[in-house]
Design a protein around this ligand. Structure first.
Ligand SMILES: Nc1ncnc2c1ncn2[C@@H]1O[C@H](COP(=O)(O)OP(=O)(O)OP(=O)(O)O)[C@@H](O)[C@H]1O
Length: 459
């Protein structure tokens, strides 16, 4: 049986041939219909082409929009830093090479982040986690720095109580305009406290370097200074009890231990540790403040720093006062003086007292190692709240800390270790809510951290 009639014709599938034939027939028999179909086809393909082009254009536009949105987003994130950096690298206020901040002339930052350009949706500018405030914001926070909001007046400036825009209560320190020392103190506090975070140090919330204004914004410590409670000018404060004094001594020891041992890469010497620089929170937990005179260990030559003698009379270690040689042991001495104040309720220098009792350390040292005399030294306001064993232990620690020879003084770590059993014992016996405190005693590093980008230079 033959499938193809023509021998020359290539073999084709039947259907194909038929269809072809049919098409040919159709073409021949309906030329107008063919033209009409052709028009329909061409308009359909035009439509398809147009739709395709439109879709491609649409996809491209969407892609572009996404790209722009992404750019915008990342610009915002970096923008905070860039914007901020441009301000701090301005001639007016510079943070150079990790540490040095110089404030030479007035910046023109109107409209920039220092002049409240970040008031609305963008997050406020930050420097190492510390907020940069506009002067206007702080004016608002303190009701134009009203007298009613003044909470203190220190060597470097006036401290105001203020409420920040997010409702946070803050202590706002406005530094005096004149004097290089104030400028330096400002620079050191910002630089140091933005790197050091410890529950034993008063937190720096932010700063303002707007034109000639220099302000530091700290967490608010509702119970003020240890000075106010230990040596009140009026008798408005109830005397601190023994347990609270012991806990304050412990918190301060931890603060100095943190500065000396856990600050990276070099130890920090507070240089002005005293009762006015110990602030108390609502639970009378102590935090150390005022780092304006602090020094980095990197300044040292053979373990000691030669420097101008700055600090507070009565708290200065003898070798530092006489030669200007500063080490972490200078802080240990100052700590010993504060411990003596907690123990005796006396001020470091009191010329109203009888001869031989003017200087607290000279009066206390020979008595601290005499068991009978220790009891006579204790602040009468304590009214025997302590155990004699604890008293002797505290006296021994204080005696070690105020040794005239720096090498004989203990490290702050040793002081902390000696205080741990006393404080643990005290708080396991007493009040509720102490378990958290005991946990903190047990794990010294808890809550402590130091910024990893710390590369400190001489300040
Ligand atoms: N964070 C704070 N919270 C609550 N009150 C504070 C805070 N910081 C300071 N004060 C109050 O402001 C007062 C002045 O503090 P400031 O640190 O300026 O000076 P000072 O420590 O008393 O003296 P100096 O700066 O000369 O060492 C303190 O005595 C205290 O009453």
């Amino acid at each position: 049986m033959e499938v193809n009639n023509s021998t020359d014709a290539p073999a084709r599938p039947l259907g194909f041939t038929a269809a072809n034939n049919h098409t040919q027939e159709h073409h021949h028999s309906h030329p107008q219909t063919h033209g009409h179909h052709h028009a329909i086809f061409s308009s359909i393909s035009t439509l398809i082409i147009i739709i395709s082009i439109a879709s491609i254009a649409l996809i491209f536009a969407i892609f572009l929009i996404i790209l722009m949105l992404r750019r915008l987003k990342s610009a915002k994130t970096n923008g905070t830093c860039k914007e901020h950096n441009s301000i701090i690298n301005n001639t007016s206020s510079k943070f150079i090479a990790h540490t040095t901040v110089t404030f030479n002339s007035s910046p023109d930052v109107r409209g920039g982040c220092l002049y409240g350009g970040h008031m609305s949706r963008t997050p406020p500018p930050r420097f190492r986690g510390v907020q940069v405030f506009a002067y206007k914001e702080l004016e608002t926070a303190t009701n134009r720095f009203s007298e009613a909001n003044i909470i203190g007046n220190g060597g470097f400036g006036i401290v105001y109580r203020g409420v920040l825009s997010d409702g946070t209560l803050a202590a706002i320190k406005m530094l005096h305009r004149e004097g290089k020392q104030g400028e330096r103190a400002f620079r050191i506090e910002v630089d140091l406290l933005s790197r050091l975070q410890s529950p034993y140090l008063v937190e720096l919330l932010g700063y303002c370097a707007d034109q000639h204004h220099r302000l530091l914004i700290f967490e608010f410590m509702p119970n003020g200074t240890l000075q106010h409670h230990l040596h009140p000018s009026h008798s408005q404060h109830r005397p601190l009890d023994w347990a609270t004094r012991l806990r304050i001594a412990f918190d301060c020891a931890r603060a100095l231990e943190f500065l000396h041992e856990h600050s990276i890469p070099t130890p920090v010497i507070h240089r002005d540790f005293n009762c006015t620089n110990v602030l108390l929170d609502q639970n009378f937990r102590a935090k150390v403040s005022d780092f304006g005179l602090a020094k980095m260990g990197s300044d040292k030559i053979n373990g000691q720093i030669s420097t101008r003698v700055l600090g507070t009379t009565g708290y200065l270690a003898p070798e530092y006062a006489s030669t200007g040689k500063l080490t972490t042991k200078s802080d240990v001495y100052s700590y010993g003086v504060v411990l003596l104040e907690l123990l005796t309720g006396r001020v470091p220098v009191d010329t109203k007292r009888p001869p031989g009792e003017h200087v607290l350390v000279s009066w206390a040292l020979p008595r601290l190692t005499n068991r009978e005399k220790i009891v006579e030294m204790v602040d009468p306001a304590l009214q025997g709240q302590y155990s004699k064993k604890d008293l002797i232990q505290i006296a021994a620690i204080a005696a070690m800390c105020v040794q005239p020879e720096a090498d004989y003084r203990p490290l702050m770590t040793d002081v902390v270790q000696s205080l741990i059993p006393l404080v643990k014992n005290l708080y396991s016996i007493s009040s509720s809510g102490s378990s958290r405190f005991i946990n903190q005693i047990a794990s010294p590093s808890q809550g402590l951290s130091v910024s990893s980008e710390s590369r400190w230079h001489i300040l």
